[in-house]
Write a protein that binds this ligand. Structure first.
Ligand code: M1P
Length: 270
């Protein structure tokens, strides 16, 4: 049903509320953390897309957003006008890729090797109940560091999250990296359950706004005068904070996907 709806979506310049775009965080905002989107949410987003432009902005890479928001037969890039993976470092507009940037080019191999060496030594010395695999995930626009490892199961993640809340493992880890590398110009963001993201300063979710602002320069582009942003981590230290409080956006703090849906229905009469 979502694919059929996507195929008859009006072009960006023909949307009834033309100068407005809604951007959404993924985990905890469109979907439960690391889980799939509900059919109700997809239906609502499709209805919204008939009125305004829509996009997601997530810290994860596009493969994970495909898993959570798309299906085997429906690419996520057809469900949203704008797909901003890795905070917009990897970006798609109407299904086509936009220019991307890379963390490794920015930091350089030498500094990266020192950083990753420190991180892996730190993980090796950590005394936590469970360790799995993939402690550093190398992405295009960032690295993701997980003390338990990204291969943890759903149950292991839930248990780790509680442990971390009590023992502040990630907070202490971030402090240790900051202390070791005060001059690298990096930002650290604890956005999910088991890990934290590491990326250059300014490469937070506000990074995607440059693509939105550039829309007015596209041949069939629109100047977005109202940029709504919805996120569940819109508090200081959360990975939605910078874009939520940015002067270019109207921020909406939500607690879960149900609250996102309720807010959208109210705002856009859906
Ligand atoms: O989207 C929020 C975060 O989701 C994942 O975090 P975790 O695996 O810790 O739950 C990661 O993909 C992370 O990069 C992202 O910021």
């Amino acid at each position: 049903m979502a694919a059929a709806a996507a195929s008859v979506i009006p072009t960006l310049s023909e949307r009834p509320v033309k100068n407005t775009i809604c951007l959404f965080d993924v985990d905890g905002t469109l979907t439960p953390a690391r889980r799939s989107v509900s059919p109700d949410m997809l239906q609502l987003l499709s209805a919204l897309r008939h009125k305004v432009a829509i996009g997601f902005v997530g810290g994860s890479d596009l493969a994970k957003q495909q898993e959570q928001l798309g299906t085997q037969s429906i690419p996520v890039t057809t469900l949203f006008d704008f797909c901003f993976a890795e905070n917009g470092l990897t970006a798609y507009r109407m299904g086509a890729p936009l220019a991307s940037h890379s963390f490794i080019k920015w930091i350089g191999e030498d500094s990266y090797k020192k950083l990753v060496k420190f991180i892996l030594h730190y993980v090796a010395d950590l005394d936590i109940p469970v360790k799995r695999g993939t402690f550093v995930e190398f992405r295009n626009g960032m690295i993701n560091v997980s003390p338990i490892g990204r291969n943890a199961s759903v149950q292991e993640r839930n248990e780790y999250e509680k442990f971390d809340l009590e023992h502040k493992v990630r907070e202490k880890f971030v402090q240790a990296i900051k202390q070791e590398f005060p001059d690298l110009g990096l930002t650290y963001s604890i956005g999910g359950q088991i890990s934290f993201d590491v990326f250059p300063q300014g490469w937070d979710k506000t990074y995607c706004l440059q693509h939105v602002e550039n829309e007015k320069n596209m041949p069939d582009g629109v100047e977005y005068k109202t940029i709504h942003f919805f996120g569940d981590k819109a508090y200081q230290g959360g990975n939605d904070w910078e874009i939520y409080e940015d002067s270019r956006t109207v921020g909406h703090a939500v607690k879960n996907p149900e609250e996102t849906m309720a807010e959208l229905k109210k705002m856009f009469d859906l």
